[in-house]
Design a protein around this ligand. Structure first.
Ligand SMILES: *[C@@H]1O[C@H](CO)[C@@H](O)[C@H](O)[C@H]1NC(C)=O
Ligand SMILES: *[C@@H]1O[C@H](CO)[C@@H](O)[C@H](O)[C@H]1NC(C)=O
Length: 253
């Protein structure tokens, strides 16, 4: 037997040792676990190269999982996701319109926080799930999903004179600078600030409230799947769900 074949056999034993506990303890068809086992390279950042002298140390160290009913969403490894390359996400539905702040409470009840999509694949998945809820199930013509996002404090005003002044200069007049994502969103915002609906953010002011939060629009026009600035506290502005996220559970294997 050549040395190469010997190493190959050793390696396959190590790989089986890694997978077996996940398959037997996995609890079936949960989306997050399925994704985790089907992309071992993404979930085993510490896999070491097999070495004939130390076969017992070949097994990878970590597996990333999400609670039942949460999706293991793939993202680019970054400081926002602790370099794991994953976030647990969930679209929590609301049967009637809620404010962004109320949507945030829905996330908090599940030990999570409002998040936002980080790439186009994630954007489309959220869009599809929200569209099914709002258009197919609730039979509405259009709607929205509350996502994370805060207008910069220095750009928030209910005074139209101040707003006009703000809108003359960056950061308050710059769609890539005037909003920020809280740390709890665990999201790199670069893609998000390129996802505004046409003519948004519009900085509308209604009575004593201004549009300082964010939603994803579900509609049949060119605003569909794009983001819009919206009131944080008004319950009637078309949010029929919340996009929530929380860090993955890191399991030592
Ligand atoms: C979550 O996973 C389910 C089941 O695979 C899928 O139908 C849904 O679109 C996913 N939702 C999001 C927001 O990715
Ligand atoms: C709005 O701001 C301007 C400029 O600071 C100020 O003169 C005015 O009194 C404010 N209006 C209200 C209604 O507070």
């Amino acid at each position: 037997m050549s040395r190469q074949i010997f190493l190959l056999i050793l390696f396959s034993i190590a790989v089986q040792a890694f997978f077996r506990p996940i398959y037997s303890g996995g609890g079936g068809e949960q989306d997050c676990e399925k994704t985790s086992t089907s992309s071992p390279s993404g979930s085993t950042p510490s896999a070491s190269t097999p070495s004939a002298s130390t076969p017992s140390k070949i097994t990878p160290k970590y597996s990333y999982t999400c609670p039942k009913d949460w999706n293991l969403t793939t993202r680019t490894p970054s400081q926002f996701n602790g370099q794991t390359g994953f976030l647990c996400t969930k679209f929590i539905t609301a049967p009637a319109s809620i404010s962004v702040n109320s949507a945030s409470e829905l996330c908090k009840k599940e030990n999570a926080a409002l998040t936002a999509f980080e790439n186009d694949e994630e954007r489309l998945k959220l869009h599809d799930e929200a569209r099914k809820h709002i258009i197919t199930d609730l039979k509405l013509g259009s709607g929205g999903v509350a996502i994370a996002g805060d207008r910069l404090p220095q750009c928030v005003t209910q005074n139209r004179t101040v707003l006009e002044e703000n809108m003359k200069n960056p950061p308050c007049n710059n769609p890539k600078q005037e909003y920020t994502l809280p740390e709890s969103a665990h999201t790199n915002a670069e893609f998000l600030w390129n996802s505004w609906a046409p003519l948004e953010p519009s900085h509308d002011i209604a009575g004593r409230v201004s549009e300082d939060c964010l939603q994803m629009i579900i509609s049949s026009n060119n605003r569909n799947g794009k983001i819009n600035d919206i009131y944080c506290t008004v319950e009637t502005f078309w949010n029929y769900g919340a996009y929530c996220g929380k860090p993955v559970d890191i399991v030592t294997v």
